[in-house]
Design a protein around this ligand. Structure first.
Ligand SMILES: [Zn+2]
Length: 199
């Protein structure tokens, strides 16, 4: 893995351009490139490198996609990162996004359970991404790892409850890389809202 052609940070996007050339970019420079391709200005989504919520500091990662911008806040060990995210439309600027993300963390990032190995009344269960075979998963709760058996034991303790769930993207592992052919990427953002129904 080389250095970003734009800013010399470590590159993690390998980008094959339509003119047959190839370049390597970091996440931020890839985001800027992708925004420009879709006629957007990445400066509108400007964000700090870290945010602090009620005394806890989180690192930020941002991922531009065709349907909007995902902002991730994360902290902790590389193999058990506590991870929060918000997926927002392109109409929301980076400053507003930070407030939405901070509010979400403040609500969800409660004190870890006083009891070891017990689920709180509400919280976030991370399912670690792993590109190996789909025969086992690792779970991350309050910054601790649980294998499948340990996770089921946590659920067993909650017999008599409903578990209400909602999937959200988890911050990519710090060593993740992406290979992208520009020809596969759209040149316009996907507009989720259809104005025809504006009555
Ligand atoms: Zn860069």
């Amino acid at each position: 893995m080389g250095r970003c052609a734009e800013c010399n940070e470590m590159a993690n996007h390998f980008l094959y351009l339509e003119d047959g050339t190839y370049t390597e970019l970091c996440m931020e420079c890839f985001n800027a490139w992708y925004c420009k391709r879709m006629g957007l200005d990445y400066a509108f989504y400007a964000h700090p490198k870290t945010i602090t919520v009620e005394g806890s500091k989180f690192s930020l990662m941002v991922e531009v996609q065709v349907s909007g911008v995902t902002y991730y806040a994360y902290q902790g060990r590389r193999d058990a990162q506590l991870s929060f995210s918000v997926v927002l439309p392109f109409s929301i600027d980076g400053k507003t996004a930070m407030q939405i993300l901070k509010d979400k963390i403040a609500v969800q990032n409660r004190e870890p359970s006083r009891y070891d190995d017990a689920l709180q009344e509400s919280g976030t269960i991370g399912i670690m991404y792993d590109d190996g075979p789909l025969d086992a998963a690792q779970f991350i709760i309050d910054g601790k790892n649980y294998d499948e058996q340990a996770f089921l034991a946590l659920l067993r303790e909650k017999r008599g409850s409903n578990l209400v769930f909602r999937f959200e993207p988890r911050v990519p592992h710090p060593d993740s890389t992406w290979s992208t052919y520009a020809e596969h990427l759209p040149t316009q953002p996907m507009i989720r809202y259809d104005a025809r129904y504006d009555i």
